[in-house]
Design a binder for this molecule. Sequence first.
Ligand SMILES: Cc1cc2nc3c(=O)[nH]c(=O)nc-3n(C[C@H](O)[C@H](O)[C@H](O)COP(=O)(O)O)c2cc1C
Length: 353
Amino acid sequence: MNRTNQLINLLKVKYPLVQAPMLGVTTPEMVAAVSNEGGLGSLPVGLQSPEKTLDLIRKTKALTDKPFAVNLFAHDMPAIDVAAISAIQDKLVVITNRYGLEHPLVDIEKLQHYSYREQVEILISEHVPVVSFTFGVIDAESIQRLHDAGIVLIGTATSVREAKQLESMGIDLITAQGIEAGGHRGTFFFDEPLPQIGAMSLIPQVVDEVSVPVLAAGGIMDGRTIKAAMILGAAGVQVGSAFLRSNESLSIDNYKQVVHESVDTDTVLTRAFSGRWARGIRNTFHNEVEKLNLDFPAYPLLNDLTVPIRTASQKLNNKEFTTLWAGQSAHLAKLKTSAEIVRELIAEAGWSE
Ligand SMILES: Cc1cc2nc3c(=O)[nH]c(=O)nc-3n(C[C@H](O)[C@H](O)[C@H](O)COP(=O)(O)O)c2cc1C
């Protein structure tokens, strides 16, 4: 069986097309629309409480009876150095004051402890068919429990070394995330410089080194890029930025507009919002935080500190103090329904014939 058929059989989908999980952008409506069209929608629940996770899964199930993936963040919570984090918050307040932005302060002593382990129980009891994850590998016991429940696992790799690590832990499918990709890098080996490998180089090298099917991610926006990824050896594709401007996207109007007007050089990698490297369209917040020369705390501590700033910015439809995560090809994203986007991708890829 070729790798695409293997992937289709594993995921129980009609087409080898996965909508990338995009926390803050993806809605149950987007996930269901993609799955209903024969692709695999992915519901992001990284950093969400068990209650919210359950609610989102149930909302999605109410909209589709097709398989969809639920996406976790596979990191552990770091220890919190209250004094150091408070000092960073003080620096952020100077910025927001200067721009007259509302900034409710975070009580650092009460920062929530996220653990994907609590979510694993919900995924099992809700009989979720596919679980994907980023920011590392979930622990061996969780892998075993999810596999015992018949759940297919997809991990994210940004280098051959990470892909091999995922395969060695028994992960069923690997998303090879090129440097073009919007949002956070899935990188999880921190003993080497950040891998910055483009999809064109990453996909064939990962495909050569692992035996499980590989999903290509990063810069895939249309039939041309799908076909290129498949020629490079991908079994299927994972598409994110193409859905940024969809009707079902949570992104504020200004975000959709700036994505539309963006050019190839507008996105950059930044640690400004979360302490982890992520690709988005540069704005005032990036520039101001970069000037601070912060000693970035482990994820998600800076993320927690910037949530109120982003929320305030979004309320005002202000694009300067919120995340504008987008891939290098985001300019090609279309203002359509998610179902229309999927149908177009399938037709352009030549899969509907
Ligand atoms: C707005 C946004 C949010 C994202 N959030 C997540 C997430 O929650 N989990 C995840 O695994 N990947 C996340 N990603 C990365 C995507 O899974 C995927 O790698 C990327 O979108 C592919 O590149 P493209 O944007 O060029 O299509 C996000 C990407 C974007 C653009």
